[in-house]
Write a protein that binds this ligand. Structure first.
Ligand code: NHR
Length: 188
């Protein structure tokens, strides 16, 4: 588990699970490519099969994205290709969208622009704030990210020729995660 911010919950959680951790602070590097090279150097001895970005908020240069091309996932809080970038929840509310959600995608040089893999949606409620909407999107993220990672780990999901492939077939768009796949909570 590699973080660019000391003291974050992810570091503590990984340590509890006896997973090796490292922290490299981007402020300690004069240029982005040098930070990215240090990230690669730190991870390289582990020979990771898959890199999973989770709340990682530094834009990666080709120094990193080329090294792990086709072997890196991100989850972005919007129905990509809509609303790439930051502050998605408020933008969705301001635009009067009826639907919002989250998308797992392969990471390429292009920010939030790599091939989409899986998407889950939530309805925008009239009284939603960015905070309440973000909380519902997060529950979707906790469902779809492990599913997408498991598909990759099983060898069924691949990134080839700028597209995502599932079971040898090119995905036209992200797999849609249905609300009916959600576990029932008591009383609903
Ligand atoms: N890097 C590449 N090359 N491609 C992607 O698709 C990436 C990436 C790095 C991070 C996550 C993404 C998100 O899901 C992600 C995808 C940070 C920014 C950003 O503007 C944008 C998108 C994402 C993460 N970062 C600012 C920067 O200057 C810093 C913002 C901050 O520190 O709050 O790096 O949302």
């Amino acid at each position: 588990m590699l973080s660019n911010k000391p003291g974050v919950a992810g570091l503590e959680r990984a340590q509890k699970a006896n997973i090796d951790v490292a922290c490299l602070e981007h402020q300690d590097f004069p240029e982005r490519p040098l930070f990215d090279a240090a990230l690669v150097e730190t991870l390289q001895p582990y020979h990771p099969d898959l890199i999973i970005l989770a709340g990682f908020m530094r834009i990666l240069t080709t120094v990193f994205t080329d090294y792990y091309a086709g072997r890196m996932l991100n989850i972005h809080p919007s129905l990509l290709p809509k609303y790439p970038g930051l502050d998605t929840h408020q933008q969705v509310i301001d635009a009067g969208e009826r639907w919002h959600g989250s998308t797992v995608h392969f990471v390429t040089e292009q920010l939030d622009g790599g091939p989409a893999i899986m998407q889950g949606r939530v309805a925008v409620m009239p009284d939603d704030s960015a905070t309440t909407l973000a909380a519902r999107v997060l529950t979707i993220e906790h469902r779809i990210y492990p599913k997408a990672a498991a598909l990759y780990a099983s060898g069924r999901l691949k990134c080839r020729n700028g597209a995502a492939w599932l079971d040898g077939e090119r995905l036209d768009g992200p797999i849609q995660y249905a609300e009916s796949d959600m576990p029932r909570t008591s009383g609903s």
